[in-house]
Design a protein around this ligand. Structure first.
Ligand code: AP5
Length: 190
């Protein structure tokens, strides 16, 4: 299984590059943001809880995210040569839980790919997307909170994955083709 963690700040291009990777490598896709938005749309208990955190720009508690991890992996991972984790893990406890869940199945993360984009560009991209798609958390106030959360709770994962020997840095500012080309080099070398 070629499991890939695609990592980066809100608006760094995780979802965009995941779509290209799925097409090229036939990987499964686990976007925890999409999973949660779907739960909200369906009005489930998880969706109701998730909504209250997402609209504040906060993370859903680890216990809740970790409790759905194995089911989501088994569902999206079957029939694929690997899975792209997009938006998961976002905290060190989530990374530890992911490692444990994969170990139990004899699987592993093959690479963590960090898309590095300057903050000004992230803000520009997300404000534009909010205007076009109406995504509820793409307004200036919530984006600022999401970025604070990213720096305090998610960025420490860069060091965590460096220690695991899995971290790959990609300049996420530029054309989709150039960025995708850099990601392909990493994956083709695994
Ligand atoms: P989630 O849905 O994961 O959102 P995010 O991490 O904030 O990421 P985005 O979807 O905003 O951005 P992206 O990096 O995918 O960029 P994209 O390709 O769309 O999470 C939402 C919320 O759910 C969280 O805040 C949290 O509350 C909760 N949540 C989710 N997972 C969780 C977890 N594990 N634990 C706890 N809580 C969790 O691109 C953005 C825009 O830029 C697009 O319009 C795109 O067209 C454009 N773009 C992309 N690439 C380029 C480029 N190279 N040049 C110019 N524009 C570009």
């Amino acid at each position: 299984m070629k499991n890939i963690v695609i990592f980066g700040a809100p608006g760094s291009g995780k979802g965009t590059q995941s779509d290209l990777l799925i097409e090229k490598y036939g990987l499964g896709h686990i976007s925890t943001g999409d999973v949660l938005r779907n739960e909200i749309k369906n009005g489930t208990e998880l969706g109701k809880t998730a909504q209250s955190y997402i609209e504040k720009g906060a993370l859903i508690p680890d216990e809740l995210m970790i409790s759905i991890l194995a089911n989501v992996y088994d569902l999206f991972g079957k029939d694929h040569a690997g899975v792209i984790f997009d938006g998961f893990p976002r905290t060190i406890p989530q990374a530890e839980a992911l490692k444990k869940m994969l170990d139990e199945r004899g699987h592993k993360v093959a690479a963590m790919i960090e898309l590095d984009v300057p903050e000004e560009e992230l803000m520009t991209r997300l404000i534009k997307r909010g205007k076009e798609s109406g995504r509820a958390d793409d307004n200036e106030e919530t984006i600022k909170k999401r970025l604070v959360v990213y720096h305090s709770q998610t960025m420490p994962l860069v060091e965590w994955y460096k220690k695991e020997g899995l971290h790959h840095h990609i300049d996420g500012l530029g054309t989709l083709d150039r960025i995708f080309g850099d990601i392909q080099k990493v994956i083709d070398n695994l």
